[in-house]
Design a protein around this ligand. Sequence first.
Ligand SMILES: Cc1cc2nc3c(=O)[nH]c(=O)nc-3n(C[C@H](O)[C@H](O)[C@H](O)COP(=O)(O)OP(=O)(O)OC[C@H]3O[C@@H](n4cnc5c(N)ncnc54)[C@H](O)[C@@H]3O)c2cc1C
Length: 431
Amino acid sequence: MNKKVVIVGGGAGGLATAKALAGTDAQITIIDKNNHHLFQPLLFQVAVAVLSPGDIAAPIRSIVGKQPNIRVVLGEVTRFDVNARQVILKDGSSYDYDYLVVATGIKTCYYGNDHWEKFAPGLKTVVDALEAREKILLAFEKAEIAESQHEIQRLMTFVVVGGGPTGVETAGALRELLNKSIEKEFKRVDTSRARVILIEALDRILCGLGPELSARATADLEKMGVEVWRNTRITCIDEKGVWMEDKCIETSNIIWAAGTMAPPEISSIEAEKPRSGRIVVKSDCSIENHPEVFVIGDVAWFMSEGNPLPQLAPVAVQQAKYVAGIIEREPAAGNRPPFRYKDKGNVAVIGRAKAVMQIGKFKIYGFIAWLAWILVHIMVMVDFRNRFKVLFEWRWHYLGNRHGIRLITGIRPGCRQGEASGGNQPPSNAA
Ligand SMILES: Cc1cc2nc3c(=O)[nH]c(=O)nc-3n(C[C@H](O)[C@H](O)[C@H](O)COP(=O)(O)OP(=O)(O)OC[C@H]3O[C@@H](n4cnc5c(N)ncnc54)[C@H](O)[C@@H]3O)c2cc1C
């Protein structure tokens, strides 16, 4: 009999698993709360009006739906019952499996200060990016007609919290938006007085890369006009702005890129979980006592050489291919070769012709690293059409300094992704 494989999540890991199992004897059900696969590494370019959501997202059905052994289900998993070998969806339906692959990714974490989210949304979903874009563009419009200098300054202050790749890339891109496009089109907005502040609690940004590259990225950002505040701990975020004890940066333009944690449904899986709620997996990516349950990608806590693997797309994709191999060949639990991550490097873009890149001990920066960033991102995009769309938009953006997608559409803050689709699942189990 064909084995039933349920994959939860159609992101980098889930989709790669499904693709690797296409054409095998597995009967695959891929469940996602959104109908689309999202290429998260370019989300910040949607937030700063370089790209449209359709350039970096594609319907999961259009990517794998034509494969005869893959069925796509739009639905939100709310619970895993690993003893009964079932996943349960928000509408009460359930799906049984012989093998389960959990690839839900992670969510933004405010370290116990969830009330900050209202003022400082994260950057994880299409809706997050569109809300950020709306907020940024509206700030310029409001500044153009504001009466007082104080109000103009408040509106023209942008704070990005978190000096990891997302924070660095977003801060650099925001500064380019201000320097290159806005300056020419607004009459009263003086972009030379606008501030972009990147806040990092540690003593350096991009701490996943070597210290030389952190220093280089800091210097490049500062040259572009980004203020990089290191060793800075935020104590509160409210309607007035960002607080560090009794000092406040007055602004309502805040983007949170400072922390992540496992989504709540993951708590229904009994397994060892560190503070972030991610699941500790064994060397074959399965969980303790359940060789049929695999957890991969960002939500997995896979120890390698004393550290958990980083939350990067190549980790998710390599784990996906490894797990698909195990499911296809079905070696006995004790005979599974361990998963080994091949580090193909890490790159962060700072601005036009500026990036930093590390492959093992090899470090590069500047124009060559930027070209590598472009190449890597185009190559790893899952949807073929999106590669062309992104290249086309980048031609305008990088050669013509254009931020062409500056649409204010009146998107409703609070209409979060997943909520729209959460109740629309088909009736009960047919997997
Ligand atoms: C802004 C940003 C920039 C990034 N930049 C880079 C970069 O430059 N390079 C790099 O390598 N990595 C980057 N990453 C990280 C990379 O995107 C992730 O490591 C990768 O996407 C992880 O894949 P995943 O399959 O674990 O999760 P994801 O790709 O996040 O996919 C999770 C999927 O699960 C679905 N899902 C979640 N919960 C449920 C549920 N309960 N029920 C049903 N479906 C559910 C989601 O809708 C989503 O489709 C970035 C991430 C972000 C957010």
